[in-house]
Design a protein around this ligand. Structure first.
Ligand code: SF4
Ligand code: SF4
Length: 395
């Protein structure tokens, strides 16, 4: 069993087992059963249409030219959906676009007819009082795309006529706040702003008090192939982790990567495209992911479920010569987005993960070790309950 050993005080030792995301106290060979996250289908990604009132410069939908005027007739399709056995297990619907708020009637219909969690991402420019009121009376979560707190951070976000969206996005956010709607902000890293991203996130957190601030690396698009943001993005996440007590909003990109460590669980895949989630397109087709299963690309033939299964870091680590087998982030990583992996590196792993996740996991583990060294933490010898690690990591 692979392990990393930390000497605490000359007498006591802490061990970390990367294959299991478990820690043990003074026991170098405890019995551990891998605790995998469930693979069952629970999340539906719904693309009502690819229409959008914007033309953001890095947008994948526009960049890949898959724009179509087709609009999913949600009311009609709902009858089919609710008759499906698999749909009965769906706990979350995430609506993406195009711009979902071009279809407010459809979103309202889903809000009125689905009991699970609903969320959607929007450019925020179309939000009206009527919409904000509707959202405030439901459990829907609204995610606004914004690249930073100031006008100049958002120059990539433009309308079809090339005018800047920023003033209307802020109007939308203010309406959500006025009606007490739970909302988050989604940001995309750009070469122009990545070096001040952590500060931008602190400002957004203070200024708007969103429930979440997502900070994503851009997906590959033909016109936006930038490879080099991984190091800068890693530094932002490290900075955010160090400042975790200062930020009230949840940072999902930190949580995804560190939750397995806090929970003592093993993550096989970063993306649930062939396991926990499925996608419905405007033409009613049910696919894994609109980027991988894009009809204009042969990726869908090359990225089979069998290959996805064989290429999770956990599987790759079975080869003792592989990088994954030596990686401290093995059970946290999940391999990143397979679409970006194929487009950027011609393999199913988005190798940017190898730059981002191990240093973050290492920092979190060092943090746990330091707490053991500096505080009186009393645990029995043997495996440590994940709950204890969770508290140490976020405290
Ligand atoms: S493969 Fe990549 S783009 Fe597709 S759903 Fe997964 S993370 Fe998103
Ligand atoms: S970060 Fe890279 S080397 Fe480490 S487990 Fe993930 S894919 Fe493998």
């Amino acid at each position: 069993m692979k392990k990393v050993e930390y000497d605490l005080d000359g007498k006591n030792k802490l061990y970390f087992f990367p294959e299991y995301n478990r820690f043990s106290f003074n026991d170098s060979n405890p019995e551990i059963i891998a605790d995998y996250y469930s693979d069952s289908l629970v999340k539906l990604r719904l693309e009502i249409s690819h229409l959008c009132n914007g033309r953001c410069k890095y947008c994948l939908v526009y960049g890949n030219n898959v724009e179509k005027a087709e609009i999913l007739d949600v009311k009609e399709f709902w009858k089919y959906l609710v008759s499906q056995e698999w749909f009965k297990n769906i706990k979350k619907i995430f609506i993406i676009g195009g711009e979902p708020l071009l279809h407010f009637d459809e979103i309202s219909y889903i809000i009125d007819n689905f009991n699970g969690k609903i969320s959607f991402s929007t450019n925020g420019t179309l939000i009206t009082k009527e919409m904000a009121k509707k959202f405030s009376e439901s459990n829907v979560k609204v995610y606004i795309s914004l690249d930073g707190p100031e006008f100049e951070d958002n120059v990539n976000r433009v309308y079809t006529n090339k005018e800047f969206m920023y003033p209307d996005i802020i109007k939308g956010i203010n309406l959500l706040k006025e009606y007490n709607v739970k909302f988050g902000i989604f940001m995309v890293a750009t070469p122009e702003t990545v070096n001040r991203a952590a500060d931008m996130i602190f400002k957004l957190d203070e200024k708007y008090s969103p429930i979440r601030i997502g900070y994503n690396l851009p997906h590959w698009t033909p016109g936006y192939k930038n490879n080099g943001l991984a190091e800068e993005f890693r530094d932002v996440l490290l900075d955010l982790y160090k400042n975790r007590k200062r930020i009230k909003a949840e940072i999902p990109q930190l949580k995804w990567r560190l939750n397995p460590l806090c929970e003592g669980k093993v993550k096989k895949f970063s993306c649930g495209l062939h396991t926990t989630q499925t996608t419905i397109l405007p033409d009613k087709s049910i696919i894994r992911c609109s980027k991988i299963d894009n009809e204009k690309d042969d990726l869908k033939l090359r990225v089979t479920n069998e290959l996805l299964d064989k290429n999770s870091p956990i599987e790759l680590a079975k080869d003792t010569k592989s990088d994954c087998s030596k990686c401290i982030a093995l059970a946290c990583c999940g391999g990143g987005c397979p679409f970006d992996g194929m487009k950027r590196f011609n393999c199913l792993t988005d190798k940017r993960e190898c730059i981002i996740t191990p240093p973050l996991v290492k920092m979190a583990i060092n943090n746990v070790v330091e707490k053991f060294k500096n505080q009186e933490i009393s645990v029995p010898n043997g495996l440590i309950e994940p709950d204890i690690i969770n508290k140490l990591l976020w405290s």
